[in-house]
Design a protein around this ligand. Structure first.
Ligand code: HEM
Length: 445
């Protein structure tokens, strides 16, 4: 059985509704039916999936059949080296993931806790009461510094802004291309193509310098790059080449800095709108850590509410709010026949706000992540990091980072949103806010 179609118009089909308001488009598609067929222009059709069982089928039960969408992987590549994030070949993905996985184990990343609290403490300490802060920018700079130090022991310092800019430019460029019916090919020397190529080549020369410098010096610094350099597969001795390392490092910096930054941006905004929740969070920090020292990993198990607030933020504002897959071969799920080549939108944000799975889905309520509330929930109803073998490799890193950074900032400062209108969500590859959310530092604790 084919899924129900959304009402479109001739030729453009649903493209104009999508372009007018992408967020409403994904939400309303999910509300129309658990699986709905949409057309973005005359040739590109997707199934929008907002159903936990079907998502589990795609992401876990028959995951090999559903690589990332090839069209998007091609657009994403932008002349960069091969990397796990972009490959649509299962075997290629698997050896890269297996080499990379140990570097992200909990015990491996535990050593980065101090870097995280040190950077967060430094940022909060630099904010003066009364000062206006662009929260999006501040959080991105913070997470970029953290990823720079934990990945390659680099105080990327002056280069942080430049590196961040190359990611922002390339993401905006690719997102626009991915959301258009037709785009000029990358080899055409248009001003936009030239600008993005220069930025991407600048990014990789910076990363190449870091990787090649380390390989040449043979230094061991105890960072993630060391672990990746030393990684090899037992059965065939396979390891990453220098160019693989450059590609993978670029991918990790991309996947690992904006996601956590934007989650924390939305989190601090939500706290400013819910002083009761903020007070309860602060009370937990005071009781477990106090205000005189930064939190440590040993504190985290005693701070369940902090984790609940983060999870609830990830439910309402999952930074990766949709992602795309493509069927490699014909497949069946329930009454559906999924033909080879079917393109699928995994509607993460739509699912997280679906009243079929969440009471009062628009309400910010961290208590819905209390243990007694989660035990009967479908494993694939809350998937900010996805699920199954291709789940985000950095999920523990991200959770640890946010569980340490949020209390560290709250120990020193609180932030208030002063504008009458709420911030405007701005969907790109990740969920931004228009202008980055301006906040005022109001108190010094
Ligand atoms: C709130 C924070 C984060 C969220 C919500 C998030 C979400 C995701 C999601 C949804 C995917 C799967 C995308 C897809 O397959 O279509 C993914 C993949 C990935 N993430 Fe994260 N991520 C976060 C933080 C991080 C961090 C901190 C790192 C690294 C330090 C990281 C590294 C990666 C990598 C390398 C992949 C590709 C995995 C693969 O292809 O097997 N992420 N992430």
């Amino acid at each position: 059985m084919p899924p129900r179609r959304r009402d479109g118009v001739p030729v453009f089909r649903d493209f104009l509704s999508y372009r007018a308001d992408p967020l409403h488009f994904w939400l309303s598609s999910g509300q129309l039916a658990p699986v709905v067929r949409i057309g973005l222009g005359p040739f590109l059709e997707y199934w929008v999936v907002t159903e936990p069982d079907f998502l589990q089928h795609i992401l876990q039960k028959n995951v090999k059949n559903y690589p990332r969408e090839r069209r998007l992987s091609r657009l994403n590549r932008l002349d960069g080296p091969e990397l796990m994030f972009n490959t649509d070949n299962w075997e290629e993905w698997l050896w890269r993931r297996r080499l990379m996985q140990p570097a992200f184990h909990r015990q491996q990343i535990a050593r980065f806790a101090e870097i995280m609290t040190e950077e967060a403490g430094r940022l909060a300490g630099s904010w003066q009461p009364g000062q206006a802060v662009n929260l999006g920018y501040a959080m991105k700079t913070l997470t970029m510094r953290i990823i720079g130090r934990t990945m390659f022991s680099a105080d990327v310092g002056a280069e942080t802004d430049e590196l961040q800019e190359t990611y922002e430019l390339a993401s905006a460029f690719t997102f626009e291309r991915a959301s258009s019916i037709w785009v000029p090919p990358l080899w055409l020397p248009t001003p936009a193509n030239r600008r993005v190529k220069t930025a991407v080549s600048h990014r990789y020369s910076l990363l190449r310098r870091l990787v090649e410098g380390r390989l040449a010096s043979g230094e061991v610094k105890g960072d993630l790059l060391d672990t990746l350099i030393g990684a090899h597969l037992e059965e065939n001795g396979r390891s990453f080449s220098s160019e693989d390392l450059v590609g993978e490092m670029g991918g990790i910096v991309f996947a690992g800095h904006e996601t956590t930054a934007l989650t924390m941006m939305w989190l601090f905004y939500l706290l400013s709108q819910h002083p009761g929740i903020e007070a309860r969070l602060l009370a937990e920090v005071e009781a477990v850590v106090g205000m005189a020292r930064p939190p440590t990993l040993d504190d985290l198990p005693q701070m369940p509410y902090t984790q609940q607030v983060i999870s609830e933020t990830l439910r309402l504002y999952p930074p990766v709010y949709v992602t795309l897959r493509e069927a490699d071969a014909d497949d069946e799920f329930g009454d559906y026949h999924i033909a080879k080549g079917t393109h699928l939108v995994l509607n993460i944000r739509g699912l997280h706000r679906d009243p079929r799975y969440w009471d009062n889905p628009e309400q910010f309520n961290p208590d819905r992540f209390a243990p007694e509330q989660t035990k009967n929930r479908h494993n694939f109803a809350f998937i900010p990091f996805l699920g199954g073998p291709k789940k985000c490799i950095g999920d523990s890193f991200a959770m640890m980072e946010m569980q340490l950074v949020v209390p560290t900032i709250l120990q020193q400062r609180r932030l208030r949103y002063g504008l009458p209108a709420p911030p405007v969500e701005k969907p790109g590859f990740v969920m931004e806010a228009e202008g980055g959310i301006e906040m005022r530092v109001i108190s010094h604790r």
